[in-house]
Design a protein around this ligand. Structure first.
Ligand SMILES: C[S@@+](CC[C@H](N)C(=O)[O-])C[C@H]1O[C@@H](n2cnc3c(N)ncnc32)[C@H](O)[C@@H]1O
Length: 271
């Protein structure tokens, strides 16, 4: 490959989703270049992503997880952080892995707002995903004001006593808690693309606004339908990522094209 055709030459690796195995591609990303890592790996539950990536047994799955974690973490800047989507089945083991390498800041419960219709009969129905939030160092970047949740007028009025006047939290909104109640993307959802485990933009955009400075770089090793790339672009951040399945790479290209004039988007998925 010549320097001119190598997408990793210069800044060519940025603002692209590379259609290849993350374990290979990560090697070519410069160490210390990433502000925020958002990882939504296969959960180890046997989903069909058009490849065998979610068909590993427990031992292989955890070994593979450790491999990509060790390949990805050096890419983070010193004040960078990581969000990882997981299921309760493997989050205990993977959180321990990450706690040996980073500081755990939060466990976030994503309540997928699954409607009550039957469900498991020999256990409680699982309706949440587990998200780990980890930082490399104590001075990790975190912009709370960017993700405050505004109060409605009625609530503001109810807190109109003089002691509350001018309170920042009342004017700008409150800080999100660690339970995020956001509907999963059901088939008819307007955001829905043709991917079995697409995540809602609302969730990924909150992560980006809080944990990546404007103009900073977000890395997602498992892009799927490209939610992280789309969210980064919508939030004025740069992105880089990987995806194994060429059909999903095409989906990502289409989602990016839909955001902006095609002339600016042609080269953003390489394979
Ligand atoms: C849970 S999905 C990601 C969904 C994504 N967050 C979204 O919102 O669409 C995981 C994706 O990782 C991809 N994948 C699995 N192993 C991979 C690897 N080694 N390198 C790159 N992509 C991989 C799968 O094909 C799948 O699309």
């Amino acid at each position: 490959m010549t320097a001119a055709s190598d997408p990793f030459a210069g800044e060519g690796w940025l603002d692209r989703v590379h259609c290849e195995d993350a374990l290979q591609g990560l090697r070519r990303i410069p160490d210390g270049s990433i502000d925020l890592l958002i990882a939504d790996p296969p959960y180890g539950l046997g989903k069909d992503y058009g490849n065998d990536s979610d068909k590993l047994d427990t031992v292989e799955y955890l070994r593979w997880t450790e491999q990509w974690i060790d390949a990805a973490l050096p890419k983070l800047k010193a004040n960078g952080s990581l969000y990882i989507f997981l299921t309760w089945r493997y989050s205990p083991e993977i959180f321990v892995m990450l706690k040996q390498r980073m500081t755990m800041i939060n466990e976030i419960v994503w309540d997928r707002r699954v409607p009550s219709m039957g469900g498991s009969t020999r256990r409680y129905s699982s309706v949440h995903d587990t998200i780990g939030f980890f930082a490399r160092a104590k001075d990790y970047f975190f912009d709370l004001d960017a993700i405050r949740i505004p109060y409605d007028e009625q609530t503001k009025k109810a807190r109109s006593r003089s002691i509350f006047i001018g309170a920042k939290w009342l004017e700008m909104g409150y800080n999100p808690k660690d339970v995020w109640s956001v509907s999963r993307l059901h088939r008819e959802h307007k955001e829905r693309a043709d991917h079995p485990t697409q995540k809602p933009l609302e969730i990924v955009e909150r992560m980006i606004k809080a944990s990546c400075p404007p103009g900073g770089v977000v890395l997602d090793p498992f892009m799927g339908s490209g939610t992280t790339a789309v969210a980064a672009r919508r939030c004025g951040r740069r992105f880089v990522g990987f995806e194994l399945n060429p059909d999903y790479c095409e989906l990502i290209r289409q989602r990016l094209v839909a955001l902006e004039p095609a002339s600016q988007q042609d080269e953003q998925v390489t394979g």
